[in-house]
Design a protein around this ligand. Sequence first.
Ligand SMILES: Cc1ncc(COP(=O)(O)O)c(C=O)c1O
Length: 438
Amino acid sequence: MALTVTPLPPLSAPSPALELAPVPVSATLAANETMDDRRRRGEPVLPMAFGEAGLPAPRLLRTALARAAGYTSYGPVAGHTVLREAATLYWGRRGLPTDADAVVCGPGSKALLYALMTAIGGDVAVTQPSWVSYAAQAGLAGRTARFVPGAAGVPDAEALERVLAGAGGTGGRIRSVVVTLPDNPTGRLATPAAVAALVEVARRHGLIIISDEIYRDLVHDVRAPFLSPAEIYPERTVVTTGLSKNLALGGWRLGVARLPDGELGRELSARLLGIGSEIWSAPAGPVQQAAALAFSEPPAVSERIALSRRLHARVARAVAARFTMAGVAVPAPQAAFYLYPDFSPLAGVLRRRHAVTSDTGLADVLLRKYGVGVLPGSAFGDRAGRLRLRVATSLLYGETETERMAALNSPQPCSLPWIGGALARLEEVLADFVGFTG
Ligand SMILES: Cc1ncc(COP(=O)(O)O)c(C=O)c1O
């Protein structure tokens, strides 16, 4: 009997989800390739495209990870009890009392965010601009990301209300809204008033809030008022965080989600565990043990985070000052290692000197002419004509572990030769770029 093979459907008509996904990744990779070419030619580069925290692993956690190598079994999908309990205490210390049953761990918060979007269903409201992966993940999950203008990682409440009331009733398909506290790409922290206003809209429409608090411990001023939506809307807020940013352990791939209490939390937990069990089974066992130690915050961990905060703040501020000197508008960085400069005050100069009228054109000239790697705001859902860029400052800390540790331990990191040199180069590039004669 002849064997019949059913042909696979053609891939020539990609779904909107597949069209969305690769754009930001390729922008970063393209920037890296161009910078590598320049390095090989011995030309200077300023790598500021990639949001990697850029610091070595703390010794205490390295030791804990090595000691835990014997954790070879898959373990529970939700994570080891010791880790879930440490996470409840971590949140408890931040005004969010948490039950261990409400904690689900995963291989990075990114995987948990994707699983949450899948578990919640419906369309997802995200801030314009916001971290690249929210919209890409919504697309991959077969959902639509609805960009809502906002600031510092939180959609503007009135704008969200308008989108929810939107044309053709499509606003009614939105079931969740993502906030980022503090924010990537802007490096800003939303005010409690902006968070409270958003919560009121979410409450009126029964939306679930996903509060991505992965940079929470990197707010430069520890006294800055911080309001998590979970404090005032605990029944429908999910909080996510992880090791990647506060402790610069992105490659360890460990994230945690704090689900709401009550029926919704139980339902989301069941769905997340179902998704996790089919995709990642459980986070890596040894990493969970080390993460349990990290979330219990022994003094060495708290001191490391305090030093990181100081370094991020000093370098981000120094880089911001270089942009300001060149006439670029930069909101003062408040958290992590990001800046979001706005070149629109120089729009005329950009057009005349460089024939640049879009953020992608701007990023392209900076990369090709000067070896400065940055990302255009449109990679974060911003309007290309707004001439805004996302600048990540943490890869300026050094190329070796020794340099990065020296940066971390220095009260004046900008006077270290490699960081000072990068700042001087940036000043020179920006002066040439905008045509300052001195
Ligand atoms: C806002 C935001 N959320 C989540 C993540 C990813 O975190 P993880 O490494 O835990 O997957 C990033 C990483 O760039 C981020 O910027």
